[in-house]
Design a protein. Structure first.
Length: 283
């Protein structure tokens, strides 16, 4: 349990570091407001002169209270770590590191900033956490309405980005919309990549041998059914198993050597719950 917690917080730290890099060295220097509370704080600063840090802190306090009520303390505790960790990392980058942009090309800054930031957000989301701000709203919508997190993020950030048209002009506003669009797509793609498994159905005449391979060598459970070929009338075994992508490669090699005539279908499973995978009680 302790090791799992350490791993969770280590991954969250990596995620917020990537997000900070995307913001500090791609978006901020080029005035790209790609949604989020960070973008909103820049707009508030531009309009009122209020410190972006104070604006971000005030909004986060209200949103975290809302999240505690709807999502529970665990979500709130980890999200507080991520949100304030992001603020500290951004402050440290500004205080101790040189101020620069990796590129002054606005298109490149938008594309690569979105890729890096989306990867960071996806890593944090995958640990059942949030970087605060509008991501909390996206997470709540995802839980109660089962809409993809990326689409939720796209919706919540869209309003913030629209304001950039008024404050920073049409060109910067369009770049912000492009960034929001890219991040909405990429967050879902990255999260799917973290959790993607292979659902395998095997029709074989050597069911017992393959069952032993799955149990003893792949270390996965499986379900066996009795089947009969409609055309051949021959009895066979129908095995159902879910494995990781790495395990599937190993299983495929084993199947080739044991029963090269086996009939196999493979589909992608975005989410898997049960023994050996995610705990259904945690969702």
């Amino acid at each position: 349990m302790k090791n799992n917690k350490i791993k969770e917080y280590a991954l969250m730290t990596l995620g917020i570091l990537l997000l900070a890099i995307g913001l500090q060295y791609f978006f901020f220097p080029n005035n790209i407001v790609a949604g989020g509370l960070s973008g909103l704080s820049l707009l508030i600063n531009k309009l009122t002169g209020l410190s972006p840090g104070i604006a971000m802190l005030s909004c986060n306090v209200l949103l975290f209270i809302f999240a505690f009520m709807l999502m529970g303390g665990n979500f709130g505790a980890k999200s507080i770590y991520s949100a304030f960790g992001l603020s500290i990392i951004l402050w440290a980058m500004e205080k101790f590191l040189p101020k620069f942009s990796f590129t002054n090309n606005l298109i490149l800054a938008t594309i690569f900033g979105a890729i890096i930031a989306a990867l960071g957000i996806a890593i944090v989301f995958n640990q059942d956490s949030s970087t605060g701000g509008t991501t909390i709203i996206a997470k709540i919508i995802n839980k109660y309405f089962h809409i993809d997190i990326g689409k939720c993020q796209l919706f919540t950030d869209f309003v913030v980005t629209i304001l950039a048209f008024k404050v920073f002009g049409i060109e910067q506003g369009l770049l912000g919309l492009l960034g929001v669009f890219l991040m909405g797509i990429l967050i879902d793609k990255f999260i799917d990549g973290f959790t993607l498994c292979k659902q395998v159905i095997i029709i074989t005449s050597k069911g017992e041998e393959i069952e032993k391979i799955i149990i003893n060598e792949i270390s996965r459970g499986c379900t066996a059914l009795e089947g009969r070929g409609v055309y051949s009338k021959e009895k066979n075994s129908v095995l159902f198993v879910v494995v990781s992508r790495k395990e599937f490669l190993e299983l495929k090699k084993k199947l080739k050597s044991v029963d090269p005539d086996a009939f196999i279908t493979v589909t992608d499973s975005k989410e898997v719950f049960g023994k050996g995978f995610a705990d259904l009680l945690e969702i």
